[in-house]
Design a protein around this ligand. Structure first.
Ligand SMILES: CC(C)(COP(=O)(O)OP(=O)(O)OC[C@H]1O[C@@H](n2cnc3c(N)ncnc32)[C@H](O)[C@@H]1OP(=O)(O)O)[C@@H](O)C(=O)NCCC(=O)NCCS
Length: 171
């Protein structure tokens, strides 16, 4: 059988991570739009990435059909010995396959190496998949922000409401 047509090869897709670059802004905005409304545009992403305390990772799906297709990203900002997750998103069709966990784990490794003490984030109180992921990684609730998602971007399909502030000790 021609290897390209081998079904085993077609499903043998891997996820690779690499640091975000300015050229990724269009892909980041497209992925963000699958999870948030309104989505952050390309210029928003560019403006953030150009800040020298902002960094993140892009997840690429490899495989004979997908090549290096961007399927998720995480964006973080650090200040002094603390960092925050600005946003994290995985394309709808790729969710539940461990991409979000990989992005978070890589971020925590980098923060540990950079001697950052604490990572904080805000999450919609009804966002079960994200809450599950964060709790598994050791995040605990440290505060609440009511009405947060009416002022910022909200998750698609969610009316907007309360955000939980969560934190995790990196070291
Ligand atoms: C939150 C998000 C980034 C998670 O990414 P993901 O790639 O789907 O997550 P993973 O596959 O790594 O799953 C992580 C854990 O969450 C669990 N999980 C995934 N989807 C879930 C769901 N719908 N309900 C409950 N748990 C869920 C997984 O089971 C996994 O735990 P396990 O290893 O014990 O099974 C993704 O769902 C997303 O992009 N959502 C839209 C945008 C968003 O809400 N971003 C977060 C804002 S704070």
């Amino acid at each position: 059988m021609i290897s390209f047509l081998n079904p085993a090869r077609l499903i043998n897709r891997e996820i690779l991570l690499r640091p975000l670059e300015e050229q990724d802004c269009v892909a980041m905005s497209d992925i963000h739009a699958t999870g948030f409304d309104p989505a952050w545009g390309t210029e928003d992403m560019m403006g953030l990435l150009r800040q020298n305390n902002v960094f993140g990772y892009l997840a690429l799906e490899t495989g004979p059909l997908t090549r290096n297709r961007p399927v998720g990203f995480v964006l973080l900002r650090h200040a002094a010995d603390e960092a925050e997750i600005l946003t994290i998103a995985v394309t709808a069709q790729t969710r539940g396959r461990g991409v979000g966990r990989k992005l978070m784990a890589e971020s925590l490794r980098k923060l540990y190496a950079d001697r950052i003490s604490r990572l904080i984030l805000e999450v919609d109180e009804n966002n079960q998949s994200a809450l599950h992921l964060y709790r598994q990684l050791g995040f605990e609730q440290v505060g609440v922000r009511k009405g947060y998602y009416t002022h910022a971007e909200k998750r698609k399909g969610v009316s907007g409401g309360t955000a939980l502030v969560m934190a995790c000790n990196v070291r």
